[in-house]
Ligand binder design. Structure first.
Ligand SMILES: Cc1cc2nc3c(=O)[nH]c(=O)nc-3n(C[C@H](O)[C@H](O)[C@H](O)COP(=O)(O)O)c2cc1C
Ligand code: SF4
Length: 401
């Protein structure tokens, strides 16, 4: 039987796009866009990943509008950064890697000090724990007019992204951000056609998908990242996620990326490994927030020890249900894991921390059949997104120098 590793390192096609292999750098907001402008360090980081032989890298966070940012040092898609982004994408293309952009909206989960609106907008009224000490404590429920505006804004952002050279767009349907707040019954308490049943809670996301698809055309690859579960009682369940995936496929998505957890309610479910709490407390700028993180830690930051391919079982149920492409994400650090994921029928693998630890992962894994990446899953890098200069691997700080 052919080694499934060969499948991973073979060319892959998705809706007109050809990748040199099936490894994709996951969206990992790097904190290298001060005031929303791509920096030299941001280019160096992704160029290094491109030179490693990755099939495609993903740029995060590409907010659809200024108030769609989680904080002010994130990019939002607008003409003002066209020259920088075009130059950035040209540099990445020169490495042979394709470039995707994660298109997202923070909704009611933001601490953006440059927030322009009256209140962050979510599906329903509520408390924005992240913004409590940033003057943004309350979430307002979107009116239908505001829903229509957000749908149009997401489509405009996708048009912009295609026009500057992104090879694909990855819509963020998960992790507790804007669209996922509509999907989750925990945050969506609406009684109109956007709340209640799963069909209704999916309406906003499906309208965004339809508008983005119309904007970019049928022959442009659209990826979508979902949370297979919120990981909290009363939230989205693994069973729901199989239906969610089927609806997104019917809505025209080319590839579903199967993640889990939410940054707002259960972040450790998505990361696994050592707790984020010490690092978050260390790097948080607001003293009150530091105290809040510590106090909420036992409830919010649960203990999930790291294990390889920790989302494989629920992701497999989605793989078995849909015909479109499916991308595996979560704990791929060895060639054995790549073999397992490829054998299970997945089309792509996204790599997060393993590439931050070793940007040469693709080259090394290709050259050494028993490759094992040394990331310890200490999760320190994930707590550095707001630190000066952004993220790096604490065990290998010169990786991207
Ligand atoms: C530093 C860092 C930043 C991240 N930022 C994002 C992000 O902007 N969007 C997102 O969807 N996931 C983000 N993630 C989660 C990763 O995409 C991925 O789901 C997670 O790290 C698990 O994959 P891994 O085991 O390969 O690291 C981030 C992860 C890390 C480590
Ligand atoms: S800091 Fe380094 S070792 Fe720790 S999780 Fe991040 S990449 Fe892995």
């Amino acid at each position: 039987m052919t080694d499934p590793l060969q499948k991973c390192f073979s060319e892959a096609k998705i809706n007109g796009l050809t990748l040199r292999n099936r490894l994709i750098k996951a969206a990992t907001f790097e904190g290298k866009c001060p005031q929303g402008i791509p920096s030299e360090a941001f280019t160096t980081f992704h160029e290094r990943i491109g030179q490693s032989g990755i099939g495609m890298t993903t740029i995060a966070y590409c907010a659809a509008e200024p108030d769609g940012r989680i904080h002010e040092d994130m990019m939002y898609m607008h003409e003002g950064i066209r020259p920088e982004l075009e130059r950035f994408i040209r540099t990445l293309h020169a490495t042979g890697a394709k470039v995707s952009g994660q298109l997202g909206h923070a909704g009611g989960f933001t601490k953006n000090r440059q927030f322009q609106g009256k209140r962050p907008l979510g599906p329903s009224k509520g408390i924005n724990a992240l913004g409590l000490t940033y003057g943004l404590p309350r979430i307002a429920a979107m009116t239908k007019e505001q829903i229509r505006e957000r749908v149009a804004i997401m489509a405009q952002a996708a048009t912009f992204m295609k026009s500057i050279g992104f090879d694909a767009v990855e819509i963020h349907f998960g992790h507790g951000y804007g669209i996922s707040q509509f999907i989750s019954p925990k945050t969506n308490k609406r009684t109109d056609e956007y709340g209640g049943s799963l069909e209704n809670r999916m309406r906003f996301g499906l309208e965004v998908l339809a508008a983005v698809r119309e904007a970019v055309g049928d022959d442009y690859p659209l990826f979508g990242k979902i949370s297979m579960t919120d990981g909290v009682a009363g939230g989205v369940t693994y069973e729901d996620s199989v239906e969610i995936a089927a609806m997104l496929e019917a809505g025209g998505l080319d590839v579903i990326i199967c993640s889990g957890g939410t940054s707002s309610m259960n972040p450790m479910l998505l990361f696994r490994g050592d707790s984020l709490v010490p690092g978050l407390v260390k790097h948080e700028k607001s003293l009150l927030m530091k105290i809040g993180i510590k106090l909420s830690a036992p409830v919010l930051f649960k203990n999930y020890p790291y294990e390889e391919t920790y989302f494989l079982e629920p992701a497999q149920r989605i793989r078995d249900r849909v015909q479109c492409g499916v991308c595996y994400i979560g704990g791929v650090c060895t060639n054995d894991s790549i073999r397992r994921v490829m054998s299970a029928g997945f089309d792509f693998i996204q790599l997060g921390r393993a590439l931050i630890f070793d940007p040469d992962f693709p080259k090394q894994a290709h050259a050494h059949p028993d490759y094992r990446n040394g990331c310890s899953h200490c999760n320190q890098c994930a707590t550095l997104i707001e630190a000066p200069g952004g993220i790096y691997c604490v065990e290998r700080p010169n990786n991207f120098a």
